[in-house]
Design a protein around this ligand. Structure first.
Ligand code: FAD
Length: 398
């Protein structure tokens, strides 16, 4: 059930206060140390935000699609890395909410909602990224359950995760129709948390290798139906793409605000640099692109919340493509607008720029979004303007 507007506003105001008072002073430190901020995670949990994806009967206040996306935007304006630490919970918990048995939900959801359990979504492998159906991690049927063997890569929050939704082949010959999902706990015999990657950005949010060596998983830890795991994995992607868009927009907004403040203060050739038309045009271009990208994000979010149609899915892909590419461009221009200071760690814009690059890669690269949009165009033509939007413009629907 979506939250009512006044409750949503109340949560956003609380989060905004927390972000300004607690996250902002730590943002540069997360980047510099690349260390997961357990204390901030616990404090965020205390605000109830991890319960937004979880139904009330399991200890949450949701599920609500839009509020977490708005929160990601707010957090990313100061720390895209902490925005990902927060929002990855949504990607990881949603399959449990949608496909878990009552026992699985009773076991895990209250702990995830309270922040005591950190969940992870485990699909990608060294040889299988964009082509996720080509995973080779296997789950072999044995007495009482399955044994999982394989290696996973780039798993967000993997180094600190407690419970892992792992996708593995139960029928290796059947392509994407031979994949199943399993719930694996940290500490299971044969399960090793590997190294954390040393990434360009989003530092402080661990991105981790996971190794499975004949890990026994009881039969009742299978999530959803056997061989239907690929559908489970793909079902989270629309929201994940809107979340990636939210973080990209937040980061670009944070960078642009910083560059704008700087341009009003910095004097060259006898006047603030914003009064030089060439520089004002650069910032104007950034503001226009950012506002346009924000509009498509809002449209895709509204469409998806209203109904999970093919069109809504394509809009989510468009939003992901435009918002992440805009954020990369805007943050790069903001570095330029600040000259040498833009390159310095004394200001946050170089961090925002580094943080934005991964947004063009995960939850489907820009090329994969274009592939999806292209397929839509080929099969169904241009996404139609919804009748409600036409009505809002005062034009009679045809
Ligand atoms: C910060 C971060 C967090 C992540 N978190 C998770 C997580 O929690 N769980 C998880 O399972 N995975 C996670 N991933 C993995 C992520 O989903 C993959 O990195 C992504 O899907 C791309 O796969 P790849 O890196 O193997 O690139 P590849 O698929 O090898 O792509 C390499 C290049 O080829 C292009 N390409 C590939 N196929 C095509 C095509 N058909 N047409 C045109 N171009 C193509 C791509 O666009 C890209 O430019 C994360 C990655 C990062 C960077």
């Amino acid at each position: 059930m979506p939250l009512d507007t006044s409750f949503r506003k109340q949560i956003l105001a609380t989060v905004e206060r927390f972000v300004n008072e607690r996250v902002a002073p730590r943002a540069a430190e997360l980047d510099a140390t690349d260390r997961f901020p357990s204390d901030l995670y616990r404090e965020a949990a205390g605000l109830g935000v991890f319960g937004l994806w979880v139904p009330e009967e399991y200890g949450g206040i949701g599920p609500d699609m839009v509020t977490p996306l708005l929160i990601s935007d707010v957090i990313a304006r100061v720390s895209p890395s902490f925005a990902l630490i927060f929002s990855n919970c949504g990607d990881a918990v949603t399959p449990l909410v949608n496909f878990g048995t009552a026992e699985q939900k009773k076991w895990l959801l209250p702990g995830i909602a309270s922040g005591a359990i950190i969940p992870c979504f485990v699909l990608t492998e060294p040889g299988a990224g964009s082509d996720a159906a080509s995973i080779v991690t296997q789950a072999r049927a044995v007495d009482g359950g399955y044994r999982i063997s394989g290696r996973k890569m780039w798993i967000t929050n993997g180094g600190v995760g407690d419970v892992f939704t792992v996708f593995a082949k139960t029928d290796p010959e059947a392509g994407n129709k031979g994949i199943s999902a399993f719930i694996v706990e940290r500490g299971a015999e044969g399960f090793t948390i590997g190294r954390n990657e040393d990434l360009i950005g989003l530092r402080g949010c661990p991105t981790t290798e996971l190794i499975f060596e004949d890990v026994f998983v009881p039969a009742d830890r299978m999530l959803g139906e056997k061989n239907r795991g690929f559908k489970i994995a793909m079902s989270t992607l629309d929201e994940a793409r809107l979340n990636c868009s939210a973080m990209a927009l937040g980061a670009a907004t944070g960078a642009l605000q910083c560059a704008l403040d700087y341009a009003k203060e910095r004097v060259q050739f006898g006047k603030p640099i914003i009064e030089h038309q060439g520089l004002a045009f650069l910032l104007a271009d950034c503001a226009a692109r950012l506002t346009g990208s924000r509009a498509i994000w809002q449209r895709a979010m509204t469409a998806l919340e209203h109904e999970r149609t093919r069109e809504a899915s394509t809009l989510a892909a468009m939003a992901k493509l435009l918002c992440t590419e805009t954020a990369m461009r805007v943050t790069t221009e903001c570095v330029q607008a600040m000259g040498a200071n833009g390159l310095s760690k004394a200001y946050p814009v170089e961090r925002f720029m580094r943080d934005c690059k991964p947004f063009e890669v995960f939850d489907g690269t820009s090329q994969i979004q274009k592939l999806l949009i292209g397929r839509h165009l080929e099969k169904y033509g241009l996404p139609e303007v919804a009748a409600s939007e036409i009505a809002a413009l005062g034009i009679a629907a045809q």
